[in-house]
Design a protein around this ligand. Structure first.
Ligand SMILES: Nc1ncnc2c1ncn2[C@@H]1O[C@H](COP(=O)(O)OP(=O)(O)OP(=O)(O)O)[C@@H](O)[C@H]1O
Ligand SMILES: [Mg+2]
Length: 241
């Protein structure tokens, strides 16, 4: 198992944003974390990535605790955050090389990885463009490509397709499908079609708690619904708690 979350909790003063979350994600699994706005998805991902300290609980990332072995845990993962972390005045290639440097690659190795990522993400023709001149969709592609520069075992993608046009979104799905099985991926999105295409398993968060967990088929069966959208609406209904 690659991710083992136990009782992960985040409070802001008296407000509980993530509430005793426990969850296991297998090696190579593609896991979709769903939930309406403010459900606690980004907070969960930030805690798992070491960007935010948990109030309580812990998680093991490929055997390393995010509380007790933060540096080792961080080496296992990378993230394409909800607010993209692309440097606007650097070119596409420079952004990728910069990430390589941060992760301690030699120049030659960084160049090699950058070229491989640019090919995979269709960014080669834009390698000399400053990031600030990219469209939103290309910016997101670059953000995911940058996250892949560290060869992570676990990749967190927080709304990677936000604002992408239909084709760009499908292109990114194709790329993510290629990564499937090799990298453990945790994705958040509000586009349920993407979950249907990509995810092995789905978790639906509601008010900081995990409301449901399973394959889409299992969730439809349990709730007697005919689509993921119906399941989602049923489980996130305020009165249904
Ligand atoms: N620094 C903070 N201080 C206080 N409350 C916060 C802070 N950061 C986040 N929150 C609150 O935590 C809750 C969960 O936020 P989070 O960003 O995790 O939601 P989300 O599920 O990612 O939502 P979205 O789908 O809109 O991205 C929200 O109510 C938010 O206002
Ligand atoms: Mg979010």
């Amino acid at each position: 198992m690659t991710i083992d979350i136990k009782g992960l909790t985040k409070h802001y003063k008296e407000i509980v944003v993530v509430d005793q979350l426990s969850l296991c994600i297998e090696k190579g699994e593609f896991f979709a974390l769903l939930g309406q706005n403010a459900a606690g998805k980004t907070t969960t991902i930030k805690m798992l990535c070491g960007l935010l300290p948990p109030t309580d609980g812990d998680a093991m990332l490929d055997g390393e605790s995010i509380v007790h072995h933060q540096v080792a845990a961080k080496k296992k993962i990378n993230i394409s955050p909800q607010e993209t972390a692309v440097a606007p005045n650097l070119t596409v290639l420079e952004n990728l090389l910069f990430m390589g440097q941060i992760y301690g690659c030699s120049k030659i190795e960084a160049k090699k990885r950058a070229n491989a990522q640019m090919i995979l993400f269709g960014l080669t023709p834009r390698q000399s463009s400053k990031a600030k001149t990219l469209s939103g969709g290309y910016m997101r592609r670059l953000s995911v490509a940058m996250a892949m520069m560290s060869n992570p075992k676990i990749l967190f993608l927080d709304e990677p397709t936000l604002g992408m046009d239909v084709r760009a979104r499908r292109d990114l799905w194709k790329i993510l499908s290629q990564l499937k099985g090799e990298v453990t991926i945790v994705l958040t999105t509000h586009y349920l079609e993407e979950v249907e295409v990509l995810a092995d398993r789905v978790g639906i968060m509601h008010r900081g708690k995990m409301r449901a967990l399973g394959t889409i088929q299992q969730l439809m069966h349990e709730t007697k619904k005919h689509s993921l959208e119906e399941v989602f609406l049923e489980l996130t209904e305020e009165d249904s708690l």
